[in-house]
Design a protein around this ligand. Structure first.
Ligand code: CMP
Length: 140
């Protein structure tokens, strides 16, 4: 089925000038960008996004990293978009990411891991509405 998923190109990948290379991978895999914005997250916005990790030991570092520079937030649409995006990204820890995945090619550490992608349909719905109003999404 056609799905939507939320993608974030994180501060490390933006700093590396890898925005275009990463979006090209989404597009070449058949995902379409239906919403996009660049933003520098506040602590409040980043903390709210990752609220489910609030009690985890890495929460503070995660929020610190995600607010360290601008990010590119996008909605990707396509057949099986949630799983497809996760396949393109590779494992959360770049050291475990399969060759040819975004994290294997662009990421260094589990915090600076280049991209975020929704992990389920429920997360996708929540994450998309956290960043975009309906009038900011452009179906094609
Ligand atoms: P992301 O997909 O954005 O979701 C939560 C982020 O927390 C994750 O990518 C990692 O960048 C970061 N993180 C740091 N340490 C861990 C960990 N031990 N397990 C999972 N995520 C971690």
């Amino acid at each position: 089925a056609t799905e939507r998923t939320l993608s974030i190109i994180k501060p490390d990948a933006v700093a590396k000038n890898a925005i275009g290379d990463i979006i090209a991978r989404f597009e070449k895999a058949g995902l379409q960008v239906v919403a996009a914005k660049m933003t520098h997250l506040s602590e409040e916005k980043a903390g709210g996004f990752y609220a489910e990790h609030k009690e985890r030991p890495f929460f503070k570092d995660l929020v610190g990293f995600m607010t360290s520079g601008p990010v590119v937030v996008q909605v990707l649409e396509g057949e099986g978009a949630i799983a497809k995006n996760r396949d393109l990204m590779g494992a959360t820890n770049p050291k475990e990411a399969a060759p040819g995945t975004i994290r294997a090619d662009f990421a260094e550490t589990i915090d600076a891991n280049a991209v975020h992608g929704s992990d389920s349909a429920e997360s996708a719905a929540r994450e998309i509405s956290y960043f975009f109003g309906n009038d900011e999404i452009c179906p094609r």
